[in-house]
Design a protein around this ligand. Structure first.
Ligand code: COA
Length: 296
């Protein structure tokens, strides 16, 4: 039962083609821009990189419509094929808004069946984000509402600028959070608090969100990306297979009881044992130098 969900690619395919095609697929004005940054620009020989996914649909405040969701899915499929990637940051370049949730104007044009199918696609896409075999950091400035909070909850780590606002306002639209919100929020902050936020649709500021545990860091407004990059660089120093296996171990293990979780941990650890990175870590320790991990 564990085998398929625990498989973590050991040899990372050397291909950036898929990333390029992500850009190519985007229309003249893409809603999502993928950029790759070197993690350590002052170390030219170090290929470790960080992908930055930038939501860029200002006219609709980054509302998730068919086009943006399509671009997001293509990006998610292509990212793991880049062997140099160590982490992904999801951010917005729209002033005062991370993401305004589902596109309510587009929704109005949908039949009941289309609405149900689109919400399922949103849900599956955010689950694909949560399962991406790379650490994902949501860098949040401004409003993260409805699907905007749900996409952020698909990330592994959330960093908020002090001006961020969070909420699941769906019940005020006579629906429910349908892209993971009713499941991820209670797991993140506990059932009672999650129910209160979902039943009332109340918005909370970044400081309260940090207190609740919705975000891990509340930083001065405008510095969420800087903090996210700092965390991504810390991650990028470590063995990429180890990091990927650790994410799988936590994700899969958290879905069951602790005894099954220990079995998940064993299976994930086993995948790191035959890697050359593991020996590199041990050799670097003996030789008192920094390890150079290759993801092999
Ligand atoms: N879907 C579609 N369009 C949206 C949208 C959404 N979720 N959120 C905002 N927009 C559109 C507005 O309709 C407006 O379009 P218009 O210029 O054609 O009138 C434009 O984006 C700007 O919105 P505005 O409210 O003026 O921007 P703002 O910067 O003052 O506020 C928000 C930003 C995100 C706080 C606010 O737009 C908002 O609360 N949006 C709704 C969020 C929501 O309820 N999401 C849950 C969906 S289930």
């Amino acid at each position: 039962m564990l085998a398929p969900s625990l498989s973590v690619s050991r040899s990372l395919l050397p291909s950036t083609r898929a990333l390029l095609s992500t850009r190519a697929l985007s229309s003249a004005s893409p809603d999502l821009v993928v950029s790759i940054k070197k993690a350590y620009p002052d170390e030219p020989e170090n290929p470790a990189s960080i992908a930055i996914l930038t939501m860029s649909r200002p006219a609709a405040r980054n509302a998730l419509g068919t086009q943006m969701l399509g671009e997001f899915c293509v990006a998610l499929e292509s990212l793991p094929t880049n062997p140099d990637l160590r982490a992904v940051i999801l951010q917005s370049d729209v002033e005062r808004v991370f993401c305004a949730g589902a596109d309510l104007k587009e929704r109005r044009t949908m039949s009941q069946m289309e609405a149900g199918m689109f919400v399922s696609k949103l849900r599956n896409s955010f689950t694909a984000l949560a399962n991406l075999p790379l650490p994902v950091i949501a860098s949040i400035e401004g409003a993260a509402l409805g699907g905007g909070l749900e996409i952020a909850m698909g990330a592994d780590i959330r960093v908020a600028g002090a001006n961020a606002v969070f909420g699941l306002p769906e019940t005020s639209l006579a629906i429910i959070p349908g892209a993971g919100g009713t499941q991820r929020l209670p797991r993140l902050i506990g059932e009672s608090r999650a129910k209160e936020l979902i039943f009332t649709g109340r918005r909370v500021n970044a400081e309260d969100a940090a207190g609740y545990g919705i975000v891990s860091h509340c930083v001065p407004a405008g510095t969420a990306l800087e903090k996210s990059m700092e965390i991504a660089r810390e991650i990028a120093r470590n063995g990429p297979i180890g990091v990927r296996c650790a994410k799988t171990a936590v994700n899969v293990g958290m879905q069951g009881d602790i005894t099954s979780g220990m079995e998940v941990e064993r299976a994930c650890y086993a995948q790191t044992i035959p890697t050359s990175d593991r020996m590199e870590g041990l050799n670097a320790f003996r030789e008192k130098r920094k390890p150079v991990y290759k993801g092999e």
